[in-house]
Ligand binder design. Structure first.
Ligand SMILES: *[C@@H]1O[C@H](CO)[C@@H](O)[C@H](O)[C@H]1NC(C)=O
Ligand SMILES: *[C@@H]1O[C@H](CO)[C@@H](O)[C@H](O)[C@H]1NC(C)=O
Ligand SMILES: *[C@@H]1O[C@H](CO)[C@@H](O)[C@H](O)[C@H]1NC(C)=O
Ligand SMILES: *[C@@H]1O[C@H](CO)[C@@H](O)[C@H](O)[C@H]1NC(C)=O
Ligand SMILES: *[C@@H]1O[C@H](CO)[C@@H](O)[C@H](O)[C@H]1NC(C)=O
Ligand SMILES: *[C@@H]1O[C@H](CO)[C@@H](O)[C@H](O)[C@H]1NC(C)=O
Ligand SMILES: *[C@@H]1O[C@H](CO)[C@@H](O)[C@H](O)[C@H]1NC(C)=O
Ligand SMILES: *[C@@H]1O[C@H](CO)[C@@H](O)[C@H](O)[C@H]1NC(C)=O
Ligand SMILES: *[C@@H]1O[C@H](CO)[C@@H](O)[C@H](O)[C@H]1NC(C)=O
Ligand SMILES: *[C@@H]1O[C@H](CO)[C@@H](O)[C@H](O)[C@H]1NC(C)=O
Length: 471
């Protein structure tokens, strides 16, 4: 059981930097929340992704489910995991909330005062106290891997980082079955994808600013700060989102842009290569599409490539049961991975490749089989924070592209080895593993290494400081 003290929420100390409106460029401080049990949350990570990407079957389709249907968008499991949020204000006078920022979806929703199923530890938007609030006679349900949120399609003034949109369509959530999502101080989610992904059939906040010419540059940029293998914190400085520009003090060298593969919806790039432990693995064009997603904790790799990737790591093995799709590897191995989208090979720190200890000497890896997501995503790359923490990332609307640059020296340099978590017997439902000769799952059987590991997993769950989850 996770100690309540770790579950308890400490509201964010937004003291690190006040937003600084400056010629159409806003630097929004990000705050990262951490929860202790990274490994125990892995099944939820996968479960969440199943619905995150599950609501339409092809990424190029514009035939998305419409406003009164049930659709799937990202999941936040705040109880045990971690994500990046910023402060967003709604209404007149403004009410402020901690909102998750998600390049992998395009709707904005917030929990409201009528919501009795929302956690008591979060701020709720009170529509009756906003003179600018209006609502349609239309409800919408957004389905997630672990539940759903339902609410009324509404309009109100939204302000973020000094920018204001006078009439932003949003979902005023009145009920939710995802207690893990609307909790831990987080009151909602803001999508940073493009309008065609919107279940509310609306233009996302950031895109409205862009279309209105309010951004000095047609882009926004993320520095996502790493805080891994450090002492536990409920919240910590999480980096900076720059809305409408880039911040040259956060990166060095030039920004390498890659055009989006398709007309804008998700932020999708072609992956051109991946190198694991020094070995380049070719990426066929049938498996080269990558969704760049700030709200995905890990990296999903195409089903056709996942075993080839982990085959480069001696002693690695597929996990099964609730952990199907994930791999474990000897903790004393330093995993070096780099990815390229047509130019530079961007290195991922070995620190980010190690999600946490699953047995005394096996650790879970950060690259999983995207096939577990289902919905036609088995040939795709789902590139989340495991990668994005290692670069400065720029999401550009015109020409549509994603750019990466090397972080300024000293940023995201955390690479500590501090293990703040005591062994937590019984805290983790036992996953089983197997170590078939080809590294695939074959199911547990008595006396095998896999069974021993399964037993060990139950007893020897130790976890690291934080886990960057939002799906
Ligand atoms: C959704 O809206 C359409 C058109 O407004 C209507 O035909 C349909 O019955 C609605 N579906 C549901 C489930 O409410
Ligand atoms: C939101 O505001 C726009 C523009 O003011 C208006 O056209 C629309 O009907 C409003 N929608 C709702 C749900 O109030
Ligand atoms: C929307 O949901 C609310 C709360 O459940 C309910 O009172 C209202 O009648 C619903 N509106 C429509 C149009 O279904
Ligand atoms: C750029 O980022 C640095 C480091 O966080 C910050 O101190 C600075 O204020 C930012 N630049 C601007 C123009 O806000
Ligand atoms: C990206 O990959 C797709 C196949 O997935 C291919 O059709 C397309 O030409 C590629 N684009 C570029 C710019 O390489
Ligand atoms: C990792 O540990 C195993 C078993 O303790 C040992 O056999 C192996 O040589 C170690 N590998 C490295 C790279 O230290
Ligand atoms: C990227 O797209 C822009 C226009 O959208 C085009 O001018 C440019 O040639 C493209 N770059 C590549 C490498 O295809
Ligand atoms: C797998 O997950 C489900 C639902 O989260 C849970 O009920 C079940 O006990 C788990 N199974 C194992 C073996 O941990
Ligand atoms: C691994 O072995 C299993 C059973 O032995 C087999 O079903 C599977 O296709 C093999 N996978 C690979 C990638 O060789
Ligand atoms: C596995 O162990 C159980 C009890 O420990 C025993 O009943 C069963 O026969 C064993 N199976 C095999 C294949 O050894």
């Amino acid at each position: 059981m996770i100690p309540l003290s770790l579950v308890a929420v400490v509201l964010l100390p937004f003291t690190l930097a006040a937003p600084q409106p400056d010629a159409g460029v806003i630097h929004v401080p990000l705050v990262r929340r951490s929860q202790p049990n990274r490994v125990a949350n892995l099944p939820k990570v996968l479960k969440a992704l199943q619905n995150k990407y599950g609501y339409h079957t092809t990424v190029t389709s514009t035939n998305l489910k419409r406003a009164n249907s049930s659709v799937a968008i990202p999941l936040t499991d705040e109880l045990n995991d971690n994500t990046y949020s910023g402060v967003v204000s709604i209404g007149t006078p403004a009410q402020s909330f901690n909102i998750v920022l998600d390049t992998g979806s395009s709707d904005f929703w917030v929990a409201t005062t009528p919501c009795t199923t929302c956690a008591s530890d979060i701020s709720l938007f009170d529509p009756s106290k906003s003179s600018t609030y209006s609502q349609a006679n239309s409800n919408l349900t957004l389905a997630y891997g672990l539940g759903e949120v339902s609410g009324t399609i509404s309009n109100d003034t939204v302000a973020f980082g000094g920018f204001t949109v006078a009439s932003q369509k949003l979902l005023a959530v009145t009920s939710g079955t995802i207690s893990l999502l609307i909790s831990n101080g987080l009151s909602g989610l803001m999508g940073l994808g493009f309008a065609p992904l919107s279940a509310l059939l609306t233009t996302p906040f950031w895109e409205t600013l862009y279309l209105n010419g309010q951004l000095s540059e047609p882009l926004f940029s993320f520095y996502l700060e790493r805080y891994i293998n450090q002492p536990l914190m409920d919240s910590a400085p999480g980096g900076i989102l720059t809305l409408g520009g880039t911040n040259s003090s956060l990166y060095q060298g030039s920004i390498e842009y890659t055009n989006l593969t398709f007309a804008p919806s998700f932020w999708i790039l072609n992956v051109s290569s991946i190198t694991v432990q020094g070995t380049a693995i070719s990426v066929p064009t049938s498996s080269n599409l990558a969704v760049i997603d700030t709200a995905n904790t890990l990296i999903g790799a195409p089903t056709s490539m996942i075993s080839g990737i982990w085959a480069q790591v001696p002693g690695s093995m597929a996990l099964d049961g609730n952990y199907t799709g994930l791999y474990a590897f000897p903790c004393n191995t330093s995993i070096t991975v780099s990815m390229s989208f047509g130019g530079t090979d961007w290195d991922i720190s070995p620190v980010d490749m190690n999600v946490g200890t699953v047995t005394s000497d096996m650790c879970a890896g950060a690259i999983f089989d995207a096939g577990v997501v289902g919905g036609g995503y088995d040939d795709m790359w789902l590139v989340g924070d495991t990668f994005l923490k290692n670069v400065y990332s720029v999401f550009r609307a015109d020409p549509p592209a994603v750019g990466f640059a090397q972080l300024a020296s000293g940023l995201s340099s955390s690479s500590g080895t501090f293990d703040p978590n005591p062994v937590q017997p019984g805290s983790l439902p036992a996953p089983t593993t197997s170590s078939g000769s080809n590294g695939t799952t074959s199911g547990g059987s008595n006396g095998t290494a896999s069974e021993n590991i399964a037993d060990s997993l139950t007893l020897l769950v130790t976890v690291s400081a934080c886990f960057f989850l939002l799906l």
